[in-house]
Design a protein around this ligand. Structure first.
Ligand SMILES: [Zn+2]
Length: 718
């Protein structure tokens, strides 16, 4: 539950914007000298490794004309296929479609990178204008009747049975995606559908803007030592640096973002300030006024319900889950409910532990949501004698990067070597070439953009700049990992937390999923798998951080160079199920509300009331708030992608926990035979096989929930 995995097309619609500028984007400048023939954003990628993204040639005014030209080009390509006088077959229809839109893929990659990591008011103007137009463009393709007829003919043709299994799967995917996008509707319904999609694209943009505005405009200024009580030095330094950017010299600023708020709630001794910070954070988008998202949510939900009905589904949730691994909302709910009760029971135990400690200290308080992280940390120290700050000196960013490279070498025979001859979007970004250790064959490129900066969205994620495929030639992949670590002073190592190190392994898991891809058709390549399956490879990789092989080699003290002491490792291990009640309930409450919201149908929903009533019915512990309250739940309201899909992290984690068991039952985490099965059936196949079948081939059976319950320390019988 660390990130959104981002692919180009999700990005086109999902990227948040900061300023609410409604100016039309006719931005004249040197870009006026470019047309579709010489716009560098449209050009074939040049340079080594089959060409690399021209990050050095991006100018914001080039985006709009490039996107327009690329969309026009793809429409023309698609029309040519639709008009083909030859009888439809796989090659002249499906394979031909797989070769369209290459210019848009290239521009879209750059556009996505700028949206997520190089954003600016000038760029936001372009996003605002282009979001609905890109939505309309997608509909123009899926609503092309002649094209759909051809796809349908190939899909229903007896010749399909003779195709290779990957080709059959791609055909099925095209057919299903077109039907699901309304290809079978009559002209009026299609028109309404396209209106809805454009309206939604605008609302998603506005929703994201509002959240970002409240995260940017609201902050807490601390003015005295007294107000800093309890905060470790690293946090004080970060708050002082934030004060500089907020033009509040001589003070300390706590920003309204998770990376700033969570540590403050963990360490601040000032209960009044913890409450203030907590209230600010959980009310983003819910404060009335111009950035309030409640009315937007009501509108989004109504449009989604109308669209689902139009497409012939009972609800938006049924539409979204049809092609997911879960298949139905009921299956997803069943899993969530199985975990919910034991997780809530654990929360009550955790709260009892915290209350006892507070009573013993004579605090004379009842545990409230703003006390949870603070007392949790105290209980961790009291019960396990583990101070998170003791671990940090052993977790150097660059050493851990070497650690993940080493793991990739052991599991997948990959070698990473640094590359300096390719352009990057920002000087902090570095690039490595990935090759096979034995054959030296080129596999792909890995871009690493580790540091926070203005214009870069928060969190951590993976992105594919180019997917592996063979239909347009032997194309190798280009992937990136992105994070928001605070850049250290020159020459000083960047130290990160255990959680952040886990996230690094997670995102690298997505990258490895892309790098291992070995398919023919781009639309089933790498990480283009079902939403509730895609977090499986990434969550699985988290397990390798705590292996002794990694810790002894790479968790080295930044001053002494000595490996992390076994005693500390043992303590970390003993705490592996600590606080899982909180983590599970915080996440699962949001996932349950997401699903129930999208099962509610066309009724007019008041988000505040719905959230409150649903949580009451669920028996939500009063000491915890949903990880994302509805007015800022970007996963489900900044695009369709994770809507009725936030359960995916839990669904994937069932597979993750169960899959790691295959290593444990074998020769351990570095068992070559199990790793080879993992590569063969999971990491290399993309979306060429049904995920349940792929999993069965790897494990020899279906997944079971037991390993997940054990991993989180829950008894399944509770
Ligand atoms: Zn992920």
């Amino acid at each position: 539950m660390r990130d959104l995995i981002i692919r180009t097309f999700v990005l086109l619609f999902a990227i948040a914007m900061i300023a609410a500028i409604f100016v039309k984007s006719d931005n004249h400048s040197s870009a006026m000298n470019f047309n579709a023939d010489n716009n560098p954003l449209l050009a074939k990628w040049e340079g080594p490794y089959g060409g690399v993204p021209p990050f050095d040639r991006v100018q914001i005014p080039l985006f709009k004309p490039a996107l327009e030209a690329a969309m026009a080009e793809q429409l023309a390509e698609v029309q040519k296929i639709a008009n083909n006088p030859a009888a439809p077959d796989f090659e002249n229809t499906i394979a031909a479609l797989e070769q369209t839109g290459q210019s848009l893929d290239r521009v879209g990659t750059l556009y996505g990178v700028w949206g997520a990591t190089m954003n600016s008011p000038e760029f936001q103007v372009v996003q605002r204008e282009m979001a609905p137009r890109l939505a309309a463009f997608n509909d123009q393709i899926t609503q092309n009747e002649a094209l759909f007829k051809r796809i349908e003919t190939v899909y229903n043709s007896p010749a399909k049975a003779k195709l290779k299994s990957e080709q059959q799967r791609v055909t099925w995917l095209y057919y299903t995606n077109f039907v699901r996008a309304g290809a079978r509707l009559d002209a009026n319904a299609k028109k309404r559908l396209s209106e809805i999609n454009q309206q939604l694209a605008g609302l998603y943009t506005k929703f994201s803007q509002n959240v970002l505005a409240e995260e940017t405009d609201q902050f807490i200024v601390l003015k005295s030592e007294d107000e800093l009580a309890g905060l470790p030095q690293s946090l004080r330094d970060a708050a002082a640096a934030a004060a500089e950017t907020k033009k509040q010299p001589g003070t300390w600023v706590i920003m309204n973002t998770r990376s700033s708020i969570d540590p403050f709630l963990t360490y601040s001794d000032r209960r009044d300030l913890r409450e203030k910070a907590w209230r600010m954070f959980v009310n983003r988008g819910d404060n009335g006024g111009e950035h309030d998202n409640n009315a937007i949510i009501t509108e989004i939900l109504q449009l989604r319900a109308e669209r689902a009905k139009l497409l012939g589904y009972p609800t938006h949730a049924h539409w979204r889950l049809e092609n997911a691994m879960a298949k139905t909302p009921e299956k997803a709910m069943e899993l969530m409910e199985a975990v919910w009760k034991p997780a809530v029971a654990r929360v009550h135990e955790e709260v009892a532990d915290m209350q006892a400690l507070a009573d013993k200290e004579g605090a004379k308080i009842t545990i409230e949501p703003w006390d949870y992280r603070y007392y949790m940390e105290k209980v961790r120290k009291a019960k396990f004698d583990l101070d998170q700050n003791e671990v940090k000196p052993y977790l150097q960013l660059e050493k851990l990067r070497e650690g993940i490279f080493w793991v990739a070498g052991e599991l997948f025979n990959f070698n990473f070597s640094p590359v300096t001859n390719v352009p990057v979007a920002h000087p902090d970004i570095r690039v490595w070439e990935v090759t096979d250790k034995t054959t030296k064959k080129h596999i792909g490129l890995w871009y690493f953009d580790p540091y926070a900066r203005a214009g870069k969205r928060s969190g951590a994620w993976m992105n594919a700049y180019r997917t592996q495929e063979r239909v347009n030639g032997e194309i190798t992949t280009i992937v990136s990992n992105n994070a928001n670590f605070v850049k250290g002073k020159p020459g000083e190592p960047v130290l990160i937390s255990w959680d952040d190190a886990t996230t690094m392994f997670h995102e690298f898991g997505h990258a490895l999923h892309g790098l291992n891809s070995n398919v023919t058709y781009p639309s089933v390549s790498g990480t283009t798998v079902a939403r509730d399956y895609v977090e499986f490879p990434s969550q699985l990789m988290e397990h390798w951080l705590s292996t002794p092989e990694v810790l002894q080699r790479f968790a080295l003290h930044y001053q002494t160079g000595k490996p992390i002491p076994q005693e500390l490792v043992d303590k970390i291990k003993r705490t592996s199920t600590f606080n899982q009640g909180f983590a599970t309930v915080e996440y699962l409450s949001a996932a349950l509300v997401d699903m129930k919201l999208h099962l509610a149908g066309a009724q007019k929903i008041d988000p505040d009331a719905f959230e409150r009533e649903t949580l009451a019915q669920l028996g939500m512990p009063k000491e915890i708030v949903m990880r994302h309250r509805l007015p800022h739940f970007l996963h489900i309201f900044s695009s369709d992608s994770y809507s009725a899909g936030y359960y995916s992290y839990l669904w994937s984690d069932v597979l993750t926990a169960d899959a790691f068991g295959a290593f444990v039952e074998g020769k351990g985490p570095y068992d070559r035979a199990v790793a080879e099965r993992l590569r063969k059936y999971i990491f290399s196949v993309g979306n060429t096989v049904d995920p349940a079948e792929g999993y069965r081939a790897f494990r020899g059976r279906d997944s079971k929930i037991d390993a997940l319950m054990k991993k989180r320390g829950f008894s399944p019988k509770t």
